[in-house]
Design a protein around this ligand. Structure first.
Ligand code: SAM
Length: 283
């Protein structure tokens, strides 16, 4: 059999797809190729290598091709795969929600540290999206309950599905509304990763964000300060506010918390060393 008509193997597809995605400007083309192929073939990633000379069937190629084409159009890998890992959870994601980011895992880290000593803390997550913060908190603190809000019905539908999928739906209440509208009660912790990218930055964002992620989940003006103000009547003395902030915004937000009367204001960097989380205690 000549090189031209020999069957296409996993190794061939790995090499060709990586080259194709590189040509489309995809940053981690090899890794993305492996994850797409692994899903399309129903194989763990390692087996792409242990079975690298296995020929692919037409059906397998037909499953993989549209996924690769979507990634080639710069659709986020998470949307192409339909799910994305966040801390210990695998969450469903689609174009209704922001893809959960690794830096948000630090937000959850801070929340868990602040409520660790409480037996049954009640938490409010404002702008929950697919639910990564809310669902991680209830999954990692067995006594916690969370009220999670979002303005987007599409996002709440995804969060609802994720709550069921993670087996924690009985400890999560989803509320549709602007910030804290329709939310009542007293909370031990209010957390939010609000939209914080300035509108002027939109055009310079990667195509994955600009062309696919919901603009209202990304771009926001004054939302962080609004959350800090709207949280006040919902906090009891000694309870906490935790906010994810954009690059270069941490000090301004910390000052804002100070002027609103929050105490013990603290800034925590993300894994890349950028000041990413601002917290304060309602005294
Ligand atoms: C940056 S995303 C964060 C999503 C999720 N919490 C995460 O960390 O991946 C912001 C979320 O806030 C929601 N949102 C935007 N404006 C809102 C508002 N005024 N009230 C409530 N939610 C809002 C968006 O729909 C989006 O789901």
């Amino acid at each position: 059999m000549s090189a031209i008509d020999r069957p296409v193997t996993i190794a061939d597809v790995l090499a060709r797809t990586t080259g194709y995605l590189e040509g489309k400007g995809v940053e981690n083309a090899r890794l993305d190729t492996e994850l797409i192929l692994s899903q399309a073939l129903g194989l763990p990633r390692i087996e792409l290598y242990t079975q690298h000379d296995r020929p692919l069937t037409e059906a397998e190629l037909a499953t993989a091709r549209p996924l690769v084409e979507r990634r080639g159009r710069r659709e986020p890998l998470a949307y192409v795969l339909g799910e994305w890992g966040f801390r210990k959870l695998m969450l469903k994601v689609d174009s209704n929600v922001l893809v959960p980011r690794p830096e948000t895992e630090i937000v959850v880290e801070r929340c868990l540290a602040l409520i660790r000593e409480l037996e049954s803390p009640v938490v409010l997550d404002i702008g929950t999206g697919s639910g990564p913060i809310a669902l991680s908190i209830v999954s990692e603190h067995p006594g916690a309950r969370v009220v999670a809000t979002d303005i987007s019905e599409g996002a709440l539908a995804v969060a609802r599905e994720n709550a069921e999928r993670c087996g924690v739906a009985d400890r999560v209440e989803l509320v549709r509304g602007h910030l804290t509208a329709h939310v009542h009660g007293a909370f031990d912790l209010v957390v939010s990763n609000p939209p914080y990218v300035p509108p002027g930055d939109w055009d310079s964002l990667q195509p994955e964000i600009r062309l696919y992620e919901p603009r209202e989940a990304v771009v926001g003006v004054g939302q962080t300060a609004a959350v800090a103000r709207r949280a006040l009547p919902l906090l009891v003395p000694g309870s906490w506010l935790v906010l994810e902030v954009g690059d270069g915004q941490a000090q301004e937000v910390a000052d804002e918390l100070g002027s609103l009367g929050y105490a013990d204001v603290r800034i925590t960097p993300d894994l890349a060393g950028r000041e990413r989380v601002v917290e304060g205690r309602w005294a």
